[in-house]
Design a protein around this ligand. Sequence first.
Ligand code: KIV
Ligand code: ZN
Length: 388
Amino acid sequence: MTDRVYIFDTTLRDGEQSPGASMNAQEKLRLAVQLEKLGVDTLEAGFPAASEGDFDAVSQIARRLTRTEVAGLCRANKNDIDRAWGAVQHARKPKIHTFIATSDIHLEYKLKMTRDEVLRATTDAVRYAASLTDRVEFSAEDGSRSDRDFLCKIFGAAIEAGATVLNLPDTVGYAIPSEFAEMVRYVMAHTPNMHKAILSVHCHNDLGLATANTLAAISAGARQAEVTINGIGERAGNTSLEEVVMALRTRQNYMPMTTGIQTEHIYPTSRLVSMITGIIVQPNKAIVGANAFAHEAGIHQDGVLKNPMTYEIMKPETVGVNTNKLVLGKHSGRHALRSHLKEMGYELSDEELKTVFTRFKEVADKKKHVMDEDLEMIVTEGILRTTD
Ligand code: KIV
Ligand code: ZN
């Protein structure tokens, strides 16, 4: 028997909060289409009350996607909820994701509200959101540093008001796996009517523990993971989608859970995020880094040649990494270029290919071999020029 873990992708919202990662509507739409292809269950498209541009991007995504839930983030007040609903309402599966902080430090210094006031704001916000759609998620910001019993009270009130997903964020990346798992078990056991909702977790990576905390929470009963591609996000980032999904897939024997992710689209999606945001993936990044499947030591190379499983716990093809490198040069044609780029994770439109092909020929005239690094540069420049 396997359990389903829902993947809530927030690359376009929390991921966009990475310094320097802001995206325009066209770039967001392009990524949203790729994320749907990847198979995420929910896509948080943005924070519509934050700006006109984000409202517009979220609305375009909502109208375009057909299979994926499209969520808009909003604070727990009517104005924000109206903006979020205005942006997502045309989606096939629109979702409102409303949040308020629950830790004493946030209440005292940021919100200047009492616990009772936060409880009332939660009930009012969720009830109002639930009057607009059945798909309502409530997040307790800074949940991991909140008083556990207050958290359970807030979650119970959110369920009663109509939330179907309750999200427990480790907003500042403070939790430790064993502690976070224990908190998840406590919340699941003490929140009234918890059986009516799914518990979600949303971890930040300030101590490098976001993936570990997410997996610990899943083993303790959480069934939704909030993640971003390449782990981009506020400060040190969010839990990375590829790590959680591949950990679950690779360790089925220990954690028999499935996701709806089509893993062969992971690497192409990672490339696209990196290209659009300009945030480079560190070479040793798990799953999607340039060295993730490279073997340098002679003993390792020998082992891999005899049987890849000696040093590889997953096949590169499983995540869409192609190890069969073909060298391109000035005699290579458009078709070879397109298929090579596809193997690298770039699926270009005809117009983009035209721009990229012209530039490729210019580079090939000057260099004997055009390497993947050259192509990355050409594609990035070419696509950005076509989307401008
Ligand atoms: O980190 C956080 O607490 C958030 C919430 C808005 C879910 O991003
Ligand atoms: Zn966050």
